[in-house]
Write a protein that binds this ligand. Sequence first.
Ligand code: SAH
Ligand code: SF4
Length: 347
Amino acid sequence: MSIGITDLLPDELAEALELKVYQARQLFRWIHAKQVFDLNAMTDLSKSMREELRERVTLPQIQPVQTLDSRESEATRKYLFELHDGATVEAVAIPEGERLTLCLSSQVGCAVRCTFCATGLSGFVRSLSPGEIVEQALHLLHGRDLRGRTPNIVFMGMGEPFRNYDAVVKAIRMLMRKDGLNIGARKITVSTAGDVPGIERFSAQKWQVRLSVSLHAANDTLRSELVPLNRKYPLARLMDAVRAYCDAAGRQVTFEWTLIQGVNDSLKDAQELASLIRGLRAFVNLIPYNRVDGLTCEPSSPEVCKAFAARLEAAGVNATLRRERGGDINAACGQLRARQIARPEGA
Ligand code: SAH
Ligand code: SF4
């Protein structure tokens, strides 16, 4: 069976491919630090070794099949990748001033099925392997002029990362390696819809990787409607887990709140959120809703978004209102793929 080499750390590469450790490290460095996928180009490996490897490995495991650039001055670029079994996932590179954010997928589809989300709408297909996750970042960075920026990574693409916990953690370890992309833990954020066992495991990790919790509602009735996972892990349990996370490591948590017109954007909602998170070392990210084909949710108006943010600030909550990015390229993850799937064969 062919080996997906981006699934493996250098020590594992050495064992699986019977390489010396230094050779495995060279191979890892070519792929992860230099984003080279062509074995022929790995000139410090002997020709015979490269030929032998070609017989035994799959590289790369994912192929970009479509890219879309937004009309902004430095474009947000969205990629659709095809996996070896024909499944597809999306990832997005978002430049913003001094920052370059890479938004990665962890699963094909998502079983959580939030009512406003394009990925949830398409159902769940399968989880990604560590290599399929890391390769998204490698492709997004390949040939890109970073202009001195170190990228941030957010697991805010398709899928619920804590439903694919081990692969996501391994992918993060690879992204952080000095002989790989060398991305600092504080520059990586995992976003969860509120999977409590995942948050508990994550709290026990000895690292500074950031946690973001997609809240969207601060009472159980509304949250269970928007994020069905809330029926299993209601707010009281979720907030206990988040509190333990903050206590265990003295870390700050981010809450995501997607503002949907007439659903969760009133001043009362803002007040409820402020009360729920009072006393926590927390930060709130307000995201204007991105319209999705086939769903009736609408974004809140800019005035309503601003008033919501102002009410949070007045209640002593640190909140940022994000600008919608890449709206013209369906930047809300899951949408490009949803269109591809909806398109009739050959169109
Ligand atoms: N499953 C994880 C991570 C992927 S979703 C989670 O839910 O946190 C990443 C973020 O995008 C979540 O906060 C999610 O609620 C939000 N989101 C999903 N669809 C959206 C849309 N159409 N417009 C704006 N935000 C959306
Ligand atoms: Fe899944 Fe996150 Fe979309 Fe909910 S918002 S369906 S958890 S990807």
